[in-house]
Design a protein around this ligand. Structure first.
Ligand code: CU
Length: 218
């Protein structure tokens, strides 16, 4: 955390400051891409300098064809396939797969320009706007819909983005490891009020959730 703060990666909307099992793999992929990109930048800069400064003598030790095959096809091919597989695996943590029951469920509807929140298992809970209350330390399925245009639901410290698409109900599984407030935003430009669509996830100790939701127990 201190290291993150030192390099500006910590913060309420930072995907590099993960607070749950859905966000941690995404942050790892990001850092691998960052350091891998840095390594390639150094390597390519060194190659460029070598090419610019050397004095060619005789026939080259590596043919142009080999450069294209290994540097232009094999290297990016291996890197992109590895990143694809790793990224798919990171995204897997956000899928609402069976076997983790019971899962707390929240319904979130995007509307120009706010998020409406309902709790299907807690019909007596007060309806909320731009705020979700969840239990900490357990998986939560967020069913994301829209009442008008496409919006993007994103709580960076808890997981990746999922779009709210007209006519569809998309589900993302999030978890906050500890009680706290986790901020989010609309991540898909949805009109002139797009920047005014923040949302907050308030994660509570399970014993305090009912009081936070209001209403009576189901
Ligand atoms: Cu929006």
């Amino acid at each position: 955390m201190a290291l993150l703060a030192g390099c500006g990666a910590a913060g309420p909307l930072s995907a590099l400051d993960p607070a749950g099992p859905g966000a941690a793999p995404i942050a790892r992929v990001w850092w691998a891409m960052f350091w891998g990109g840095m390594a390639l930048l150094v390597f390519m800069t060194a190659l460029g300098l070598y090419a610019a400064l050397r004095r060619p003598q005789g026939t080259p030790r590596v043919s142009e064809r080999a450069f294209v095959l290994w540097g232009g096809l094999a290297l990016p091919g291996v890197v992109l396939v590895a990143l694809l597989l790793w990224g798919v695996r990171a995204g897997h943590a956000l899928l609402p797969l069976p076997g983790q029951a019971p899962v707390f469920t929240v319904e979130v509807t995007g509307r120009q320009w706010q998020w409406e929140v309902a709790y299907p298992a807690h019909p007596a809970a007060r309806t909320a706007v731009n705020r979700i209350d969840i239990p900490a330390g357990q998986p939560v399925d967020v069913r994301v819909r829209t009442a008008d245009v496409i919006h993007g639901f994103w709580i960076p410290r808890l997981g990746g983005k999922i779009d709210a698409i007209p006519g569809r109900s998309n589900v993302i599984r999030l978890q906050a490891d500890a009680p706290g407030i986790y901020r989010g935003v609309c991540a898909e430009y949805c009109g002139t009020g797009h920047a005014r669509m923040p949302i907050e996830v308030h994660a509570h100790a399970p014993s305090a959730l009912q009081a936070a939701l209001g209403g009576s127990a189901p």
